[in-house]
Design a protein around this ligand. Structure first.
Ligand SMILES: C[C@H](CCC[C@@H](C)[C@H]1CC[C@H]2[C@@H]3[C@H](O)C[C@@H]4C[C@H](O)CC[C@]4(C)[C@H]3C[C@H](O)[C@]12C)C(=O)SCCNC(=O)CCNC(=O)[C@H](O)C(C)(C)COP(=O)(O)OP(=O)(O)OC[C@H]1O[C@@H](n2cnc3c(N)ncnc32)[C@H](O)[C@@H]1OP(=O)(O)O
Length: 393
């Protein structure tokens, strides 16, 4: 289900006012999560000739086009921050300070502001002012060294881990924690959300499990990194794939049964030296049937075997359909429903298209006490943009 109006009364974050300075990928996810759960999120864009924002995660947000490089633009943002609960800024350290919008300025003017700084390398340290992207943050966190197949270079799995898990989601968590604390103290604070540290923190299990023997072999030869035949992906006869995660002996037994094998005729599950041969055996068996045929064998068992679904198939898979795990917006675009599902106050994402740059500039400024004359002056001075969409867009 999705919503058609801005009203978000029954949602967990309704009433929370967020300003998100437009950034590349992690900050937009952070803002979208807050908007999905009911916050009023205003994305602050640079005035632009094109109405179409590069933010593809603009769901449920409003857009205000404001030139922060001009003193009147920076002053307008300061004024907006006085009435905001949260500011998300996605620039490298020093950019906000240069604009006169550093935390010491904004928190002095609004001590209850939560000032979230979402960067790759954090606010301090040798790399604080360096450019970087997901792959660099993942590398510096140590996590990239663990990812990859045997005898191959480390492998970066799209920009999911640092940008989105360690960055956007971790920053949203920090904001919610700070909002919770503010409910008793009444005070805001600065969040230094470094993606290096966010993704390193996500990897706590890897650190804490160093001494239990599951990482004692080189990359790609361990239990959970592609070394084990029972924790692997296999190609089917129709060129699709099945994911196998039969770790525990009782589940492994069901895998063996489903593959038509007899465990009495096989090496024991934990025999490392037999894993490469066992993988070949499993691969040749999986290659004999289609994905659908394997699903009919393994669905309803505890063998921990599931199809690897493509984006084309995922929304129509019976399980995902039963849970309405994917939603369709007014433009017919399919995307994942916000997670997790809260029983009383679930997220109800907007059905509407993403905002055009500057589409809500006037509405937001009026709402924040700017007069029509002030708005007209900011407009004629090219500090703000209205970004009215063309009829055919
Ligand atoms: C792997 C991901 C990144 C994925 C992004 C890709 C999806 C896109 C990257 C390139 C895109 C393509 C390209 O643009 C060409 C086409 C364009 C076309 O329109 C669309 C198709 C394209 C093919 C297009 C397609 C896609 O969009 C792309 C392929 C990541 O890892 S994202 C994580 C990145 N890291 C961070 O976010 C960490 C913190 N941030 C930073 O470290 C830096 O911001 C960063 C990312 C290194 C960028 O550095 P940059 O020098 O550009 O910026 P900053 O130093 O932060 O300073 C910002 C400056 O902007 C001024 N400013 C900001 N807002 C305003 C405003 N409202 N008004 C005026 N000025 C503003 C600010 O004052 C700063 O100015 P100064 O530099 O003078 O201080």
């Amino acid at each position: 289900m999705c919503r058609r109006s801005q009203a978000a009364a029954a949602m967990a974050l309704s009433g929370v006012r967020v300003l998100e300075l437009a950034g590349l990928a992690p900050a937009p996810l952070c803002g979208m999560i807050l908007a999905d759960f009911g916050a009023r999120v205003v994305r602050v864009d640079r005035p632009s000739l094109s109405p179409v924002a590069s933010d593809v995660q603009g769901r449920g947000k409003l857009s205000l086009a404001l030139d922060l490089k001009r003193p009147q633009g920076a002053a307008a943002l300061r004024r907006l921050c006085r009435g905001a609960d949260v500011l998300i800024e996605p620039f490298r350290h020093g950019v906000m300070e240069k604009l006169g919008l550093g935390p010491e300025v904004l928190l002095q003017e609004n001590p209850s502001l939560i000032y979230a700084r979402l960067t790759g390398f954090g606010q301090t340290g040798k790399y604080a002012k360096s450019a970087g992207h997901d792959i660099n943050y993942l590398a510096l966190s140590g996590v990239l060294s663990k990812l990859g197949r045997k005898d191959e270079n480390p492998y970066a799995p799209i920009n999911l881990l640092a940008d989105f898990a360690g960055g956007g989601v971790m920053c949203a968590l920090g904001i919610v924690i700070a909002l919770y604390e503010r409910a008793t103290s009444g005070r805001g604070q600065i969040i230094d959300a470094s993606m290096v540290e966010g993704v390193a923190y996500l990897s706590s299990f890897l650190w804490k499990s160093q001494n239990i023997g599951i990482w004692s072999r080189p990359r790609g030869e361990n239990l959970l990194d592609g070394g084990a035949p029972f924790y692997e992906i296999y190609r089917t006869s129709d060129g699709k794939f099945m994911a196998v995660g039969a770790l525990e002996p009782q589940f492994y037994e069901q895998l063996i049964k489903g593959l038509g094998l007899d465990s009495n005729e096989l090496p024991i599950q934990s025999s490392f030296s037999d894993w490469p041969e066992m993988k070949k055996k499993f691969a040749s068996i999986f290659a004999q049937k289609t994905q659908a045929e394997w699903c009919s064998i393994f669905d309803g068992t505890d063998a921990c075997v599931t199809p690897v679904l493509s984006f084309d198939d995922v929304a129509s898979h019976q399980h995902n359909k039963q849970r309405s795990s994917f939603i369709k917006n007014d433009q017919g675009e399919i995307s994942p429903r916000p997670a997790p599902l809260l029983s009383r106050t679930p997220a109800v994402p907007s059905c509407k298209r993403d905002p055009f740059i500057g589409e809500h500039t006037e509405e937001i400024l009026l709402e924040n006490g700017f007069t029509k004359q002030e708005i007209a002056k900011l407009h004629s001075d090219k500090i703000i943009g209205f970004g009215k969409p063309k009829a055919n867009l």
